[in-house]
Design a protein around this ligand. Structure first.
Ligand code: G6P
Length: 469
């Protein structure tokens, strides 16, 4: 369906909230896009009735605006060269590993950078076209860091916000980037630059002071032309009430019971849910679990590990390697330690609808979230939200942004396999009263700081705009 062409609220993200995917019979359909960004922003746009600009995940034949499921969507169609250079290359072969503490080695290629500049310019042009006079335009994430300055050139009337969903690296790492100053200048085109954690905001302020010689005072950066840019932390969240309601629905309850009885009512379920990404520490957690079986601390009759690993960035070499590595570990652990009808690890390389995820979260006794670096990690918040009976345990990496807020989790250093093993056992063995106390506090934290308060805080600072609640 065609939709009206401008709005006073525009979201610009690499992906649309829905992906165009091929299905059997030569047809295609729209599916919810992967990742935390869409999980968080979808309810914001729904409430605000704005326009969302993004890539539909595969090539489509035109860039006309259309509506799906109540969203006004403006597609930016990328050629296969652009996908290669801008998305797989610069975004996910350079920036993603660099910003995640160089867990994998970033590659620096000039042709990737050129594609990144070109595609950012196309997104900026689309935003300029969709923004009504004096609109608020909210640009999202590491793929689009040049858009704020490019958009300001085209449309000096609009308010521009930028939010980085992933960690912003320490200055020593950021300085490796051959295009470091251009990225900083790109971000400074915004009026407000938001980060997940206060450390990201201060890294950014330090860099613009050191490299671009701008004056900074607390969270304010003063540019030569007198303009001010604010850099602050806004820890992102989820739609607590909507997910809790889903988790409490009778169909999800029934599916939870089904999963429990398939696994075996008395067996403890450990659960991991991630995009299949080398930052997530999937191998380390499976290894810790396998060693606990070998040690005799866990028996395959009494426990199982379910790992959902949703396919991600499958044409990027490092993702091909991490998949091989994890699948080798799963095969080894199941082969060495399993019996007929008793696999220690249930490995699911797939993505599932929200209902299925809510049922899995409710079925799991111990949720295991062990990234080496993570902007926030909304899976941790989703687990807590689904535990409406105030039970279940969360094992959480101290390197996830969520650890700042979910302090009652069993916090771990994922590099420390022995520590990880101890935490898995502590979470399994904790008494019910302790778990209830922890879960109550974590649920209160997510309920009181949900996606609406996140968006309101950012948009109010951006220019006095408030979401309806
Ligand atoms: C993370 C990023 C998002 C990204 C998502 C899914 O959450 O912060 O920007 O959209 O992963 O990754 P993909 O590459 O499939 O869009």
């Amino acid at each position: 369906m065609a939709a009206s062409s401008t709005s006073s609220f525009v979201v610009v993200a690499n992906r649309l909230p829905v992906d165009r995917v091929a299905v059997a019979g030569g047809n295609s359909e729209w599916r919810t896009s992967p990742g935390g960004l869409v999980t968080a922003l979808e309810p914001v746009l729904r409430q605000h009735r704005g326009i969302w600009i993004g890539w539909p995940g595969s090539s489509i034949d035109n860039e006309a605006m259309f509506e799906v499921d109540g969203f006004k969507l403006k597609p930016v169609d990328l050629s296969s060269d652009e996908v290669q250079g801008y998305y797989e290359g610069m975004s996910n072969g350079t920036l993603w590993p660099l910003y995640h503490d160089v867990v994998a080695k970033p590659a620096f290629h000039r042709e990737w950078w050129d594609a990144y500049v070109r595609v950012n310019r196309r997104f900026a042009a689309a935003a300029a076209e969709c923004a009504a006079r004096d609109a608020a335009v909210w640009v999202q994430d590491y793929q689009l860091q040049l858009v704020p300055a490019m958009l300001r050139e085209l449309r000096p009337d609009v308010r521009i916000g930028f939010f980085l969903h992933i960690p912003f690296p320490p200055t020593e790492l950021f300085k490796q980037l051959p295009w470091r100053d251009q990225i900083l200048e790109g971000l400074l085109g915004a009026d407000l630059v938001g980060f997940q954690r206060p450390g990201g905001a201060s890294n950014f302020a330090r860099l613009v002071r050191l490299r671009l010689d701008h004056k900074t005072h607390r969270d304010q950066i003063r540019l030569e032309d007198g303009r001010h840019v604010a850099a602050r932390a806004y820890p992102i969240s989820i739609d607590f009430h909507r997910l809790e309601e889903l988790a409490m629905s009778s169909s999800v309850q029934a599916r939870t019971d089904e999963i429990r009885s398939e696994i075996g009512a008395d067996r403890k379920i450990f659960l991991g849910v991630d995009r299949l990404d080398y930052t997530k520490g999937i191998r380390q957690r499976l290894r810790a679990f396998g060693e606990l079986i070998v040690d005799g601390a866990i028996s395959v009759d009494e426990a199982v590990f379910i790992q959902v690993a949703s396919p991600s960035r499958e044409r990027v070499q490092q993702y091909v390697e991490v998949r091989d590595d994890i699948e080798r570990w799963v095969g080894r652990i199941n082969g060495d330690l399993g019996r007929i009808g008793r696999h220690p690890i249930h490995y699911l390389h797939s993505s599932y609808p929200r209902e299925e995820m809510a049922a899995l979260f409710q079925a799991a006794d111990v949720m295991v979230v062990t990234p080496f670096a993570d902007g926030m990690n909304l899976v941790a918040k989703e687990y807590v939200t689904c535990r409406h009976r105030n039970d279940g345990a969360l094992v959480l990496s101290e390197f996830a942004g969520a650890a700042d807020e979910l302090k009652q989790a069993f916090l771990v250093n994922p590099h420390d396999i022995n520590g990880l093993k101890e935490s898995l056992l502590a979470a399994r063995d904790a008494d019910a009263r302790d778990l209830t106390r922890r879960m109550r506090a974590m649920r209160r934290q997510v309920r009181d700081n949900d996606i609406t308060s996140w968006a309101n805080a950012f948009l109010t600072d951006l220019g006095g705009r408030k979401l309806r609640v």
